[in-house]
Design a protein around this ligand. Structure first.
Ligand SMILES: Cc1ncc(COP(=O)(O)O)c(C=O)c1O
Length: 364
């Protein structure tokens, strides 16, 4: 007898079916890239040299992450057991959530914030508890602390936050960790270099603190996909069970030591961005554009109802910026990455022209 065939296709979990699709607008980016908070120039020349020396034979081997984890841990003043390299901070978020979030758990986070926290929470069966920031987009500490409950299992804080650029203080973060001993506190320091304040020195001291760092921003290695997660050794053991041993590729691993060694390059780039940020803030003020104070390499600005047309006009002028209107509480707001002073002067010219055109249109 012929075997029975079925026409029913396998279906994903209900939670996955409910997930929104997330398509970052990465197409056609041959312009000035002020849209993804990347390094807008290039990585360190020492990294470039290392890449050029990688042989075809070296690519035949599986990547070995432990020696490089020891190097990066020493660089951060931590022990190797406290640090895991990841395929960008995105993978760090993913594995941390997979390690700790169960069906009746809650992920607590302030919004607006980095989109991928909710995306990866959706990949678990946990509930997301989002605490809306006020109009000033400052870190909503009091309401966040009040939302901590027995089901709170992960608290995710981007510090500095995106898209607002706002920061939580060390005292506020310590207080959250203290008030939620049953939860892990993830402090995502993707933009650390532009802010200068960190909790990494407390890793291993606080029993529930994890800190994430990326090489995608100041270091200029977004294409290599390299991040790290640091936390207490006992908890990192569980995280490592979930983490793929091969998710950080050998090119990224080879490039990490020279990236860390080239402090002069990093200092130069960060210094350039900070100088450009100050100039850009002054230009926004002169143009009468509302902005939110930022400690990162981007600034959120208020454009209003014509936000989509503004982004289109900037693109036509060769400058890519990111419309954040669909973020909670961000209608009419656009995020602009800070590059070098020279780049930002071009961006200011484009911005002033775009605003003049929009005002003329609005006044018709
Ligand atoms: C707060 C925050 N965390 C993490 C990331 C992603 O970092 P990575 O490229 O290392 O995955 C971003 C990227 O925009 C971010 O804004």
């Amino acid at each position: 007898m012929a075997e029975a065939t079925t026409t029913v296709a396998p279906g994903p979990r209900a939670r996955v079916q409910a997930m929104k699709e997330y398509h970052p607008p990465l197409g056609s980016r041959e312009a000035m890239r002020l849209d993804f908070n990347e390094n807008t120039l290039e990585c360190s020349p020492k990294v470039r040299e290392t890449l050029a020396q990688i042989s075809a034979g070296a690519l035949t081997r599986y990547p070995e992450r432990e020696p490089v984890e020891a190097i990066v841990a020493a660089h951060l003043g931590l022990r190797a057991e406290q640090v895991a390299l990841t395929n960008g901070v995105d993978e760090a978020i993913h594995v941390l959530f997979e390690t700790f979030l169960e069906a009746d758990n809650e992920l607590l986070l302030p919004v607006p914030t980095y989109t991928m926290y909710e995306v990866y929470a959706s990949a678990t069966d946990a509930r997301v508890v989002a605490v809306q920031a006020g109009d000033d987009l400052q870190f909503p500490f009091d309401r966040l602390a009040a939302a901590i409950g027995p089901r709170t299992k992960v608290i995710a804080i981007a510090n500095p936050n995106s898209p607002s650029g706002s920061v939580a203080t060390r005292a506020q973060l310590l207080e959250l960790a203290r008030r939620a001993p049953q939860a892990v506190l993830l402090v995502d320091e993707a933009y650390f270099h532009f802010h200068g304040e960190t909790l990494i020195d407390l890793v291993g001291t606080l029993p529930n603190l994890f800190v994430a760092r990326t090489f995608s921003k100041a270091y200029g290695l977004a294409g290599l996909r390299l991040g790290l997660l640091a936390g207490p050794e006992e908890l990192m053991r569980w995280v490592r069970r979930v983490l793929s041993p091969y998710s950080v590729n050998s090119l990224a691993l080879a490039c990490l030591p020279p990236a860390l060694e080239d402090a002069p390059y990093l200092d130069w780039y960060v210094g350039e961005v900070l100088a450009a940020r100050a100039e850009f803030e002054a230009a926004l003020d002169a143009a009468g554009v509302r902005r939110w104070p930022s400690r990162a390499n981007f600034i959120l600005v208020e454009i209003g109802a014509q936000h989509a047309e503004f982004v289109r006009r900037m693109r036509a002028a060769g400058v890519l910026v990111r419309d954040r209107s669909s973020d909670p509480g961000c209608d009419g707001r656009v995020r602009i990455t800070i590059g070098t002073r020279e780049q930002m002067r071009q961006a200011v010219a484009a911005l002033n022209e775009a605003l003049a055109a929009l005002r003329a249109e609005g006044g018709k």
